[in-house]
Design a protein around this ligand. Sequence first.
Ligand SMILES: *[C@@H]1O[C@H](CO)[C@@H](O)[C@H](O)[C@H]1NC(C)=O
Ligand SMILES: *[C@@H]1O[C@H](CO)[C@@H](O)[C@H](O)[C@H]1NC(C)=O
Ligand SMILES: *[C@@H]1O[C@H](CO)[C@@H](O)[C@H](O)[C@H]1NC(C)=O
Ligand SMILES: *[C@@H]1O[C@H](CO)[C@@H](O)[C@H](O)[C@H]1NC(C)=O
Length: 917
Amino acid sequence: MFRLVSLVVVCLAAAVAAASPHGWERQEAAGEPRADQCTGFDNSLRFDCYPEDDASEDKCKNRGCCWRPPDTSLDRVALNIPYCFYPQNYGGYKFLNISDSAFGKTAYLQRGTKSYIPNDINIIRIDAKFETQNRLHIYDPSNERWIPPLPEMPQVDTKASDPSYDFVLEESKIGFKVLRKDDSEVLFNTQDIGGLIYADQFIQMSTLLPTNYIYGLGEHRTTFPLSTKWQRFTTWNRDIAPSEYTNLYGTHPFYLAMETSGKSHGVLMFNSNAMDVLLQPTPALTYRTVGGIIDLYFFFGPTPADVVKQYTDLIGRPFLPPYWGLGFHLCRYGYKTLTETKAAMTRTQQAGIPLDTMWNDLDYMKDQNDFTYDTSNFAGLPDFVDQLHQNGMHYIPLIDPGISASEASGTYPPYDRGVELGVFVKDSAGKPFLGKVWNPQSTAFPDFTNPKALDYWKEMLTTMYKLFKFDGAWIDMNEPANFLDGSTTGCDKNTLNSPPYTPAVAGGALISRTLCMDAQQYMGKHYNVHNMYGFTETIVTTTVLAEIRQKRPFVISRSTFIGHGRYSGHWSGDISSSWSDMGWTISELLSMSIYGVSLMGADICGFNGGSTANLCQRWMELGAFYPFSRNHNTKDVNAQDPASFGTEVAESSRKALETRYTLLPYLYTLLWRAHAEGTTVQTYAIDTAFLWGSGLFIVPVLTEGTTDVTVYLPKAHWYNFYNGALLSTGGANTTLSAPLDTIPLLVRGGNILPMQTPSTTTTASRKNKFGLMVASDESGSASGSLYWDDGDSLGTYEQRICNLITFELQSSQLTGTPTHIGYTGESMVLGNITVLGVSSASSVTVNGASTSFTFDSSNKVSTLHITMLLTCVNSSMLTPPQENNGKRGETVIQKTDFESIERHHSQASLALKCTSF
Ligand SMILES: *[C@@H]1O[C@H](CO)[C@@H](O)[C@H](O)[C@H]1NC(C)=O
Ligand SMILES: *[C@@H]1O[C@H](CO)[C@@H](O)[C@H](O)[C@H]1NC(C)=O
Ligand SMILES: *[C@@H]1O[C@H](CO)[C@@H](O)[C@H](O)[C@H]1NC(C)=O
Ligand SMILES: *[C@@H]1O[C@H](CO)[C@@H](O)[C@H](O)[C@H]1NC(C)=O
């Protein structure tokens, strides 16, 4: 039996090799390993040699691998410990030569024995490019193989002069090592580990890792720190309701690793093909991809924030959304008419709940066709949108990529024009590829990698913009989703549609619920570009929206790829209305933040299934702190807009969203920093709570019927946001009171949060007075900043049409410095300063003159009411503050070039100085 199978394998391999373009000599199969190569293994050192489902002892040994049932078994885990594993010294490749190069190191490897996969690539080259002090790039440039094109990715051909890392090759050991120089920590070690295979449609490489604390490898539903207990993370963009252990909508083969020393590093596998990434307890990782090349980027931190910054240096910084996009959004699938849409909006507004943007799902379209609207059920949509604009609100429609090919010729220009321009994805015969989405017969798919797609999409969106003046785009179903496996006539039998190895994708085949892999796109076969479909649609949509509106684009896409955050935001798709799904949204949010996607949200109150009042109350409180805050529901279930559950839920929602709106200047400043400097908006601690920047800790209640929540607080002064009282000095688990209408919010000492009095839209709130919340740390210091611009124009930061004001509390003196003043379109008036952690206070001077203040001695909070221009610029350039509404203690400061407020504690003096720049 064994011999027979073996023969078949050799024959197959030989046949394929003969047909291969590389034309190398026939090689011998590896043969059964010696017994001593298979013993003395710790279970954790087994690297799976038979990832397919039908492993058997014979088939395993045929691959030259060891077969032994594991001695122990673990509790329920995603995968079994492999029975079939690579022997020690599995071989495969040998070094031909190693040399230094102008940019780092180069080595050539040659395959000795054949692998069990057809079309081994016989000679591979490894270039290690020392690109920057903290970025190392390792890849194989020798083969004309697929590499995903990412716009404006930096190309470096010189060697960094002082790299913080070492790259090690040794002739006798297959593979390489990457070390951090200063602590000699080995961060990546592939030397003689597992089975290195580099074949046309199967590339596999394993590495030892220095730590079990690994984050990333999305998009998946997982805990934020990933389990390394034999887990498989498959990336293949797919329309599927999120659950554990399956590929989801996006692909981000990037991980952040926290080492035991407290340092961290990151690794990107820059590859767009279907991929499994495996983690095992060793700790170790295996990449298994079905195309492209091994293309690794290392980022050496050492802090997690440094890693993300270095990562977005490469892939692009997150975009800065328009300010209105940070308001609350309301949507559902199943507002069957414009009247229903308006009713949901009206009851939200009547409850006093802030609301910036109304959305419509498929319902608004005529026959579910893009670029149309239903002129009977949605009669008056254009007027409605105009009305929203007059009220300082916005409107976003759903746009799906699939274009109906089911309409009579000449009746539906989006299809006819697409055919005319030749912009649809083509089938293997060169005709428009037809699948089926919402349309009765068939659907075509624009090929957004085709340069002409930009013109096509602009024409379509412009036509729709003439119908109604939408403000953004919600691009869904762009994995791309298809209700068929392949085309209306199936898919041809070939190695693209069914490759020699299929990663563990949902549906068991790459073509499952999407296009055929041999469908042709401008940039290549769908096999290679599938994972970039939504990403390329995002780039085109963002570009076109900016051209049409001449304002900052707001796009939310379901499908994502490496670099997505530079163009758009993301929401976590079709999650369920359940307490557990609500909990999962936090790790989804945190994971996206390390991929450089800052505008992230989840459907508040859940999408699939009906929500309950209790769930929706807590979820509205949590969702008020998603960077992208939208309540969205499916059809045919009860309504879940915040006012639909009665007064209590409506009131809690109003309270949470008013707090959000109060803090929007802080959130906007964080998003700007992410855009300008690559910092993350969320900071990761655990995945039941999260931070905005370093200053605001959001601790939601995630279980039903609970009115307190326990969380670990790192060492710091933690203040209750709502009353300013010092809650804890950290370093311990702390139980926070969380009445049903309240989400616990903590301010960390050392931070100054810019705020603004809320209104029911951001358009209105932007006109209100600012406030500062100054939370002193144990040494009485704090700092913060405020970024401001008109919130909607393109390139405000790039052209410096913006203001940046920094605040510093030190030695009892608060200083505001207008670091940059380039935006004078609106006056920025500071209305109050709240100082937390004040032991006592006796007098306040403002600009040398005594002024009044209030002091809450039980919470040790002092509040100062003032009216003062934050920008401190020559006041004749600004509209001076109009009002001094006579509130007790208000002081109008009208000095043009220098303004200061001084405030004395009974012991020490505190001064706010706004120095001119
Ligand atoms: C290394 O080997 C490759 C493949 O045979 C060859 O093309 C290359 O010139 C060699 N380089 C050096 C420095 O010997
Ligand atoms: C906090 O609580 C968690 C969960 O109960 C526990 O594992 C952890 O050790 C606690 N930490 C401290 C510092 O008490
Ligand atoms: C201080 O300013 C903030 C933000 O503008 C506002 O929400 C708050 O109501 C003000 N506080 C007082 C006591 O006036
Ligand atoms: C303020 O601006 C006005 C008009 O630009 C100018 O005439 C005046 O000199 C400026 N004052 C100061 C103090 O810079």
